[in-house]
Design a binder for this molecule. Sequence first.
Ligand code: NDP
Ligand code: MG
Length: 385
Amino acid sequence: MKKRITVLGSTGSIGTQALQVAQRLGCRITVLTAHSDVKTIESQIRQFNPALAVLYDEQAAQDLKTRVRDLPVKVLSGLEGMCEAAAADTDLVLNSIVGFAGLKPTMAAIQAGHDIALANKETLVAGGSVVMREVARCGVRLLPIDSEHSAIFQCLQGAPPARAVKRLILTASGGPFFGKNSVELENVTPEDALRHPNWSMGAKITIDSATMMNKGLELIEARWLFDVDPENIDIIIHRESVIHSLVEYDDNSMIAQLGVPDMQIPMQYAITWPARVQSNAKSLDLAKIKNLSFYQPDCETFICIDACRRAIERGGLAPAAVNAANEVAVELFLNRKIGFLDIGRLVCKALDYRLPDEADSLEQILQTDKAVREQTIAAAREIMR
Ligand code: NDP
Ligand code: MG
């Protein structure tokens, strides 16, 4: 297989692993992008020889240009450069940018007619209906990389044409603060929150896992990817991260996908689908694991879950609003400006902001994101006082 792959967000946790997987599968890397990590992208350019590389940051892109002037790679910058990268000729665009910044490049890739392997869940959370409408209009495929969504996608392979899906069940590890209450969480630090028990990931998603906002975002992501009503999507805590999610069919039969917690499996499946080929992930040793445990999530302590559920049930721009508030709040928490529990408070507050009812254009989503960021910063100032 000699697929050509564009990797957006190539310097991150998913991006660097995706490059290894793609290389092992014999793919050709045609385009690389990142925000400002010049050193990492330079070494990736030297290793993979792409035709185009983009750094969002202008200064960093200038620096990169100088560093790679001995190579035939074109270097661009800014949002325009990111969108040009997403639209450039290729067979698959793997989007592993973190956050709302991934939305416009995703749209550019769809409009260029490219299939997309999507790790950047915020694209679907903020842009859901608009993104899915473009996917349908342009006739492209959206292949999930998020492990839960890859699991559901795998469980749906071979489903009857009418699908007969009763509900989706997303599993959640529970993160580092499973079992803790609000009093115990009031003073936890970024270092505590960055210690995830089962997965090694970028900082933003690790904090999202600690607040369980990640599962709320995934609920919204699942609603759009699989066209299932949010009321038919459940969340269950599963500490071992062995079952990556399940589908319950109308006959009450449940199909689950299991595997070691290793992102190589979902990444590879998004690249090779519908084929399955050998991977570097370890085989699951069930006898060694012995027991699998399950618990109801504690939605009273981890209030972000219900905030996301309310947002997607309300629809329109509410999911874009909770996403924007969360991105601002996570950054403030990582910079020690607000406490851990303030993240959830600011996310819930975003549901009170006045928003237009319908999310029917990209422009409206961008405006909402901007307005909610400003309001969240203002609300955070009150807390910081
Ligand atoms: P990282 O923070 O490790 O990497 C983010 C990547 O995006 C980097 O390449 C970064 O560049 C780039 N980037 C950041 N901001 C911008 C911007 N404004 N414009 C353009 N590029 C930008 O994140 P992860 O790899 O952990 O996560 C990526 C996405 O995948 C997230 O949406 C996350 O929720 C999702 N995901 C991640 C999983 C994981 O295991 N890590 C699992 C499932 C989903 P630079 O390095 O230069 O800053
Ligand atoms: Mg996930």
